[in-house]
Design a protein around this ligand. Sequence first.
Ligand SMILES: *[C@@H]1O[C@H](CO)[C@@H](O)[C@H](O)[C@H]1NC(C)=O
Ligand SMILES: *[C@@H]1O[C@H](CO)[C@@H](O)[C@H](O)[C@H]1NC(C)=O
Length: 203
Amino acid sequence: MKFTTNLAALALAGLASAQYDQASKPFQLVLQSKDKTVNGQKLAACHVGAAIESLCLTETASPSKPDPIKPVAFRFNTSSNAGGEPPAWGILTYDLPAQPVIPSSVEFWIDPIANFALPLLYPGSGSGSQSLVFDEKDLLAVQGYVDYSVNPPKAGNTTEFYRWYACPTYYAGYQYPALTWALGEGKPETPGCAKVDVKRVFV
Ligand SMILES: *[C@@H]1O[C@H](CO)[C@@H](O)[C@H](O)[C@H]1NC(C)=O
Ligand SMILES: *[C@@H]1O[C@H](CO)[C@@H](O)[C@H](O)[C@H]1NC(C)=O
């Protein structure tokens, strides 16, 4: 219920003025997987549009990324507007190197015909930024509090979900091996996806 309480507090504070103004120390995101080809790989920011990047894998080659690239440092921004103790949830942020730097945050981009979302870094932060949490093992999760698998759907049990997959992706002409989020319990429909956990390792 902490999640809903914090959301309510944030709504009262005014979503438009919600600012994710407290940044964590920088960290890298490392994939953990039973699939040896992706296990241990780190995430980078790969260009998919004007100041838009996908969370691509550093090592796996693809048409848009034939060579390995360097991992980037992310931060976890939380909101001081939420009041009370520091909230567990926040947004994943990245400073896009530019003159001046462009603070960016992850939103889930959805193509309605696909059964997965593509986390993309967009400039700024706001109501479109995806709420995320890191659990006690430093694994990245999405919190949910509605069980949609029962009739009627039942709210109240806040649970962490870990529906991350490393997949071959396509976005706006760019093809990268990148992090995706399965919408629902199934595996993303694109062949070649590997189930992963996403671990934060401070640099
Ligand atoms: C994250 O927090 C830092 C520190 O307040 C801020 O400079 C940065 O703009 C924030 N990033 C985003 C995307 O809001
Ligand atoms: C809450 O959800 C989790 C994950 O679905 C489940 O394991 C747990 O039993 C649920 N707890 C209650 C009280 O329903």
